[in-house]
Design a protein around this ligand. Structure first.
Ligand SMILES: Cc1cc2nc3c(=O)[nH]c(=O)nc-3n(C[C@H](O)[C@H](O)[C@H](O)COP(=O)(O)OP(=O)(O)OC[C@H]3O[C@@H](n4cnc5c(N)ncnc54)[C@H](O)[C@@H]3O)c2cc1C
Length: 491
């Protein structure tokens, strides 16, 4: 089944996960100012599947025997992976590379889990868990549900493992088992989109603690009894402003929330794995390689974003006549280098992927290298936009209303027009710029670009250790061979 936006809105209005905002439980998430922008953007995602020119977002899904979003179809060959990438590219072009927690993100995860039902979940945890994985995937496809996820424990004290904290139930932990399922208690630091999601995947981050009571992975409806979201302040345009003043925030503000699980019963048939913390590395890195898939997905998002940001930098530079300066050209050239490296990685990851029994997987190191590069490249692009625009993003009138006052409009047209643009076009362009580099939503995205896949320092170091394990002898041999060819002292 492929839903339309109206189906999603009706469903989320009925489901209504428990979300606190401003001291109250939100009554209607679809109408609340802090959530109605992402709700509309998710609805647009569903409608995109039915829009002319987007037919390739729909595909026959042999695993359920009906048509579904292509983002829920497991790519079995290189060509299918390319088709999936093209479809994701179209979705993210429509978001200008923002709104990374669009439904397609977790759709791909579900298809990957299903592809590894036998060779990971069954082999390591047993057939009962593999059946759960398969059933949860089919339920996901048939309902075309909007999933979000949560992994990281709240930042209580990073110097000690969560089992040594004063309260070991801050990180989600099993309290007890019952005949019906497992009772869990704890929280996850950030669950983007939680308040307007229909289902959640909770996955444990065991890099910080190997206690088996934390090693649980499950899927539950977001409105399950005991699930609570504490949402952050909304970054929607403030009163009296909207699409003119905040063209990015007004379309792509994503909400983030702390997820709390208050002694939630996870029925046995919704548990995807449990116990065996030493096997989770296989899930993230080796057998299932969730890290590869999520980073590959980010590279596609980044490619759309870098095209948009390159266009923004060039438009700004041309508008005020600075595009001929060599230092400005060098900086925009830097953006273009990140853009083309990202495009190259996207293509190379497909070309040099791995054909497995039930899925064709993109190249791990290439996907990660590009995604990890962009943890630093995207914030750098913001810095470049700030450097080249200097003060020009600041003296922009407060709102569209300034242009509707005839006297003020005359002044604006005289003093705010720029070489390449009339005053209205210039204000629109610089409103886009400010929403990218200066607004709360823009700065939140910068933080997201750095940290949404984990801390860049730790991941760059982990990249070293993973490549080191596999490639060390190959790379070091090149140097050792050269050392071997160099003359030795005679005595
Ligand atoms: C906007 C946004 C949206 C997000 N959405 C989601 C979501 O939907 N779901 C989800 O699960 N997560 C989400 N995340 C959370 C994200 O997964 C974490 O923020 C990320 O994993 C980094 O972890 P952390 O914030 O705990 O930082 P930490 O890893 O604790 O790092 C904090 C600092 O301490 C340093 N540090 C920590 N440990 C060590 C160490 N052992 N050695 C040396 N230095 C160390 C780091 O280098 C860093 O400077 C989101 C994050 C952001 C910013």
């Amino acid at each position: 089944m492929i839903r339309r936006g109206s189906d999603y809105i009706q469903s989320i209005r009925q489901r209504q996960p428990v979300t606190y905002y401003n001291g109250k439980i939100v009554e209607d998430i679809t109408e609340h100012p802090a959530f109605k922008i992402p709700v509309m953007t998710v609805a647009r995602y569903y409608d995109l599947h039915w829009r002319e020119g987007y037919e390739d977002l729909r595909a026959y899904n042999p695993d359920v025997g009906e048509e579904s979003s292509i983002t829920l179809v497991r790519p079995r060959t290189k060509e299918e992976l390319q088709r999936l990438r093209n479809a994701l590219g179209k979705i993210y072009d429509s978001y200008y590379g923002y709104f990374g927690r669009s439904p397609d993100y977790l759709n791909v995860w579900s298809a990957v889990f299903y592809a590894h039902a036998d060779d990971y979940f069954a082999q390591i945890f047993g057939s009962r868990y593999a059946e759960n994985v398969a059933e949860i995937y089919k339920e996901h496809v048939k309902g075309d549900w909007f999933y979000t996820h949560a992994i990281v424990a709240p930042m209580y004290d990073r110097s000690r493992p969560p089992s040594k904290w004063e309260n070991p139930y801050i990180m989600v932990r099993v309290v007890r088992e019952t005949p019906e399922g497992v009772i869990v208690r704890g929280a996850a630091m950030i669950s983007t989109a939680g308040p307007y999601s229909e289902y959640i995947y909770y996955l444990p981050n065991l890099a910080r603690d190997q206690d088996p009571a934390y090693a649980i992975f499950f899927s539950i409806p977001s409105n399950t009894k005991g699930v609570v979201f504490l949402a952050r302040r909304g970054f929607q345009p403030r009163d009296g402003t909207g699409e003119f003043e905040y063209p990015i925030s007004s379309r792509f503000e994503e909400s983030d929330a702390l997820l709390i699980l208050n002694d939630v019963l996870i029925p046995w048939d919704r548990v995807m794995f449990y116990g065996k913390p030493s096997e989770i590395d296989q899930f993230m890195w080796h057998r299932v390689q969730l890290r590869t898939w999520l980073n590959w997905h980010f590279v596609i998002q980044h490619y759309s974003r870098l095209k948009f940001l390159a266009g923004l930098a060039i438009a700004v530079a041309e508008s005020v006549g600075i595009d001929g300066f060599v230092n400005v050209q060098e900086k925009i050239g830097e953006i273009l280098i990140y853009l083309y490296l990202t495009e190259a990685a996207m293509i190379a990851a497909e070309e040099t992927g791995v054909q497995l029994d039930r899925i064709y997987r993109p190249n791990t190191f290439i996907s990660m290298a590009a995604s990890f590069m962009n943890m630093k490249a995207l914030p750098r692009v913001h810095e470049i936009l700030r450097l080249i625009s200097a003060g020009a993003s600041i003296p922009i009138p407060a709102s569209l209303k300034d242009l509707e006052n005839p006297e003020e409009r005359r002044l604006i047209e005289t003093y705010l027009a720029v070489k390449g643009l009339n005053a209205v076009e210039r204000i629109k362009l610089f409103n886009i710029l400010w929403d990218v580099i200066g607004s709360e939503a823009g700065l939140r995205y910068e933080q997201y670009d750095r940290f949404s896949r984990g801390d860049p320092t730790l991941w760059w170091a982990k990249f070293f250790s993973e490549v080191h394990k596999e490639k060390k002898s190959e790379f070091v041999k090149i140097v050792r061979d050269l050392i071997g060819q160099m003359p030795n002292p005679r005595v």
